[in-house]
Write a protein that binds this ligand. Structure first.
Ligand SMILES: Cc1cc2nc3c(=O)[nH]c(=O)nc-3n(C[C@H](O)[C@H](O)[C@H](O)COP(=O)(O)O)c2cc1C
Length: 216
């Protein structure tokens, strides 16, 4: 395994840790247990992972025993746009990359990011860009969405429109809604973006305090 301080190491060296982890997990779970990995198609960050490098990662994953590669993009690194913070969508974000990924691997590709409608999901599968569609925000709006889309009734989720957004705000809003779902309180969830961000940051701070105390 390369040393942690070796940030300038070539991608193949840096990415080899992924192969090592997959093989260690495989050894622990056995041959029949499905292992998936979520990777970025790009970090959308100067100096971060590029699409060409991500394609090399897919080629490397093809030589491992992984069963599913979930392709998304973005990062929570300060200053970089995370894909779950986007508000506008002109359809799935990483469709072209997924198509390229499919051409270099036989491992099934899941595509995540920007799916808002059943038609978009259907198009990605029918076009052969992906074998599976991944949903984050759409499922936070309707946790039964796969069932809904598979049923004859169909129906796409209604995405909230925020007047003004702040960095991290959209992700915070969906995170707090997800928390409300976990507590069975989503029917009354009506937080504004600002209130959600405040609650999210307060929760993070509380967790950081616990972690610092635990691992000091
Ligand atoms: C509330 C929330 C939490 C997320 N947490 C993670 C995470 O822990 N790890 C990760 O790789 N992506 C995470 N994401 C990003 C999503 O997996 C996904 O890549 C992104 O939201 C784009 O997909 P979407 O358009 O279906 O929302 C999160 C997204 C949301 C909305």
């Amino acid at each position: 395994m390369s040393k942690p301080e070796d940030c300038s190491a070539p991608l193949v060296v840096r990415a080899s840790v992924i192969a090592e982890i997959i093989e260690a997990v495989r050894e622990a779970v056995g041959a029949a247990f499905p292992i998936g990995i979520k990777i970025n198609s790009t970090d959308n960050l100067a100096g971060g992972l590029s699409r060409e490098e991500a394609l090399d990662v897919v080629r490397m994953l093809d030589r491992t025993s992984v069963d599913l590669i979930d392709v998304s993009g973005g990062t929570y690194f300060p200053g970089a746009p995370s894909s779950s913070d986007r508000t506008a969508s002109s359809g799935p974000y990483f469709l072209d990359f997924a198509e390229r990924a499919k051409s270099v691997t036989a491992v099934p590709i899941m595509l995540t990011g920007g799916f808002k409608t059943r038609d978009e999901a259907k198009m990605a599968i029918e076009r052969g860009a992906a074998d599976v569609v991944g949903l984050a925000r759409a499922m936070v709006l309707n946790p039964s969405l796969p069932k809904t889309w598979l049923s004859a009734r169909g129906g796409d989720p209604e995405f909230p429109v925020f007047d003004a957004t702040v960095p991290g705000g959209v992700t915070a809003w969906y995170s707090m809604r997800l928390t409300a779902i976990g507590q069975d309180k989503d029917a009354d969830f009506d937080q504004s973006l600002a209130a959600a961000l405040e609650a999210y940051e307060a929760r993070d701070e509380e967790r950081c305090t616990k972690w610092r105390a635990r691992f000091a």
